[in-house]
Every structure is written in structure tokens, then in C-alpha cells.
Design a protein around this ligand. Structure first.
Ligand code: ADP
Length: 164
């Protein structure tokens, strides 16, 4: 069984993430989406919400599962018996950070290979932070996220406004 981890913050999962996940789901026997607990900035969605949304958005892909993790990525990969970590690359600007992370992870465990997948052109501009910002200002995110995430964004923003 060849298993790959697709790690990230997924705050929230977008059509760009889903595109990468679908494309690699046919290359591996199993894909585990690893939702990182540790997000540098305060996330919009809680860890549980980010996991739930990723689960709902990938429910139709049989070999994909979603789990949270709060450890070194290579440790999480080891625990899942995965020897590949998949990251998406959107632009040259992603490269430097990704290159550094891949080298560090190799240093920590050289049995785990980082595999890069180029973003599809239609999603190359798409990020979770852009989605959050557009939604905060009432913009249309329909083409950027799956319907379950669109609903969750509306609810989250309405509940925050109600709380103010
Ligand atoms: P992180 O906080 O680890 O960057 P993200 O949830 O923002 O987590 O992204 C997870 C992975 O998905 C990263 O490898 C990122 O480059 C990739 N990614 C994000 N958006 C896209 C997109 N639109 N197309 C392809 N890959 C993407």
C-alpha cells in the first residue's frame, strides 16, 4: 500500500486543495489529509471545523481520509506508514519556503519524500487566506470553495457579526 500525506492548515479547504488531492488520489493507494493543529496565525476555523470541512469536501473520494496532527510532519507520516508528502506549488513565490521545508524534512527523516504538484492554472491564484478575505467582505466564493465550505463561511461570518 502506497500512502501519501497531504498536509496543511486547510483554513478552509479550497477548490485548489481539492484539485491537488483529486489528482494525487489516483497516483497513490491511500491519501491522508493531515490538518495541522499548529497554525501560526489565529485560524478562522477551529481544528475540528477544518477537519470536518475537509472530510465533507472529500467524502466522494474513496481512498482519502482526513486526520488532525500536532507533531512533526515526518512523525505523522511515519505513524501513517506514509513515505510521501504531497505539497502544491502555485508560483515561484511558494518555492523557497517549500524547498526549505522539504530539505528540513529530509534531514529529519530521509525515508519520507516530498512530492510537488503544480497548481492547475485555474486555481494558481487561489489561497485560503484570499478566500477568507473575500468572504469577510461579502464577496462571492462559489467557484473557489466547495458548497459545504461556502455555507460554513457564511455561518462563521454571520455568527461573528452577531457576536459583536
Ligand atoms: P500551509 O499552511 O501548510 O501552507 P495550506 O492549507 O495553505 O497549508 O496549503 C496546503 C498545501 O496546499 C500547500 O502545499 C499549498 O501550497 C497547497 N495549495 C494551497 N492552495 C493551492 C492551490 N490553489 N493550488 C495548488 N496547491 C495549493
Amino acid at each position: 500500500m502506497k500512502t501519501a500525506i497531504v498536509p496543511g492548515s486547510f483554513d478552509p479547504i479550497t477548490s485548489g486543495h481539492l484539485d491537488v488531492i483529486r489528482r494525487v488520489s489516483i497516483l497513490f493507494d491511500k491519501i491522508v489529509i493531515g490538518v495541522a493543529k499548529n497554525v501560526a496565525k489565529a485560524p478562522m476555523f477551529t481544528l475540528e471545523e477544518r477537519v470536518e470541512l475537509a472530510r465533507a469536501a472529500t467524502a466522494d473520494i474513496p481512498n482519502v481520509s482526513v486526520e488532525e496532527f500536532d507533531s512533526l510532519l515526518v512523525e505523522f507520516a511515519g505513524a501513517k506508514d506514509a513515505h510521501a508528502v504531497v505539497r502544491g506549488l502555485r508560483a515561484v513565490s511558494d518555492f523557497e519556503h517549500e524547498f526549505q521545508m522539504a530539505q528540513l524534512n529530509r534531514e529529519l527523516d530521509d525515508t519520507v519524500e516530498t512530492v510537488f504538484v503544480m497548481a492547475s492554472p485555474e486555481y494558481a491564484y487561489l489561497s485560503s487566506s484570499a478566500v477568507r478575505e473575500i468572504a469577510e467582505y461579502g464577496g462571492v466564493v462559489k467557484t473557489l470553495v466547495p458548497p459545504v465550505v461556502e455555507d460554513a463561511l457564511k455561518k462563521k461570518i454571520a455568527s461573528r457579526k452577531g457576536g459583536r
